[in-house]
Design a protein around this ligand. Structure first.
Ligand SMILES: C[S@@+](CC[C@H](N)C(=O)[O-])C[C@H]1O[C@@H](n2cnc3c(N)ncnc32)[C@H](O)[C@@H]1O
Length: 256
């Protein structure tokens, strides 16, 4: 119910490119978010997702986050997991375009699950270095084996609780960090603060499910208000955070 009300409010308060005066954001919206090119990689995402959707595999799950709104059993069917927890095809395509547009080389993902996000990052830039963290070892091993078969080689899978793995990350900085696990206000703020030192002036933080719950929206509002943050772009499902000091602090809600 919260998500429906939030979406109606979003529709009233959001705009398209015509409401945007910042050239940086205008270009991001028109050349990236609204880019209608049908990249061949989109077929790969669809094929991979369809395979997962028709899979008869089951996994024993350890969920360290908020769990799923629709799945609560510890033994989950892959075909159900992909529908309940994976990035949608629309989001996957968007992550692909964003990675290409900003030319991300170093990417961190919190929450690998079945790998839709990692796949988007990996195909968008074959030379990028992607690190993805997953708390459930069985899920991680399953996704890793799928990517081995697909010959996707630029992904480093790390197993463990986000809070335990983050302090041991070797990378000084990341061009992009995708926060897509543990959709809870305090946890999201904790990971944001812990990863802020890994941001440089041109880094982009992407938050999934910012309207998943009232708490997640509160976390999003606090992130927007943070002194390190300048521009934010809210597309309802995903929230983009920029740190570019040359930009005035400004927040945009863009309908996709
Ligand atoms: C929404 S799914 C990720 C979807 C994936 N990023 C995609 O693009 O399809 C979230 C994943 O994060 C993992 N997770 C949640 N909380 C975690 C935590 N505190 N530490 C480690 N993994 C966690 C869950 O096991 C789950 O697989």
């Amino acid at each position: 119910m919260y998500q429906i009300i939030a979406y109606i409010e979003f529709l009233f308060n959001s705009t398209n490119q015509h409401g945007v005066h910042s050239p940086f954001v205008y270009n991001f919206v028109t050349k990236c978010l609204y880019n209608k090119v049908k990249y061949t990689a989109y077929n790969d995402f669809k094929t991979y997702r369809n395979r997962l959707k028709s899979s008869n595999d089951t996994l024993q799950i350890v969920d360290l986050g908020e769990g799923s709104k629709t799945l609560d059993s510890k033994t989950r069917k892959v075909r159900q997991m992909v529908k309940a927890s994976s990035s949608s095809l629309k989001e996957t395509k968007l992550l692909y375009r964003v990675t290409q547009y900003f030319n991300f080389n170093t990417i961190l993902e919190l929450g690998s699950s079945l790998g839709m996000g990692s796949y988007a990052f990996a195909l968008a830039n074959k030379f990028s270095k992607i690190t993805t963290i997953e708390g459930c070892l069985n899920t991680l091993e399953y996704t890793k084996s799928k990517f081995n078969k697909l010959k996707v080689e630029n992904i480093n899978f790390l197993n463990g609780e986000f809070a335990a793995v983050i302090p041991n990350l070797k990378e000084e900085k990341f061009d992009c960090i995708y926060f897509d696990g543990h959709h809870n206000k305090n946890a999201t703020l904790q990971y944001f603060e812990a990863l802020l030192p890994k941001a440089h002036n041109y880094s982009v933080f992407i938050f999934d499910d910012i309207y998943w719950s009232k708490g997640m929206t509160e976390a999003w509002e606090l992130i927007k208000a943070h002194e390190a943050v300048t521009v934010t772009v809210d597309t309802f499902h995903l929230g983009f955070v920029f740190f570019r000091k040359e930009q005035a602090k400004q927040h945009f809600k863009i309908r996709l």
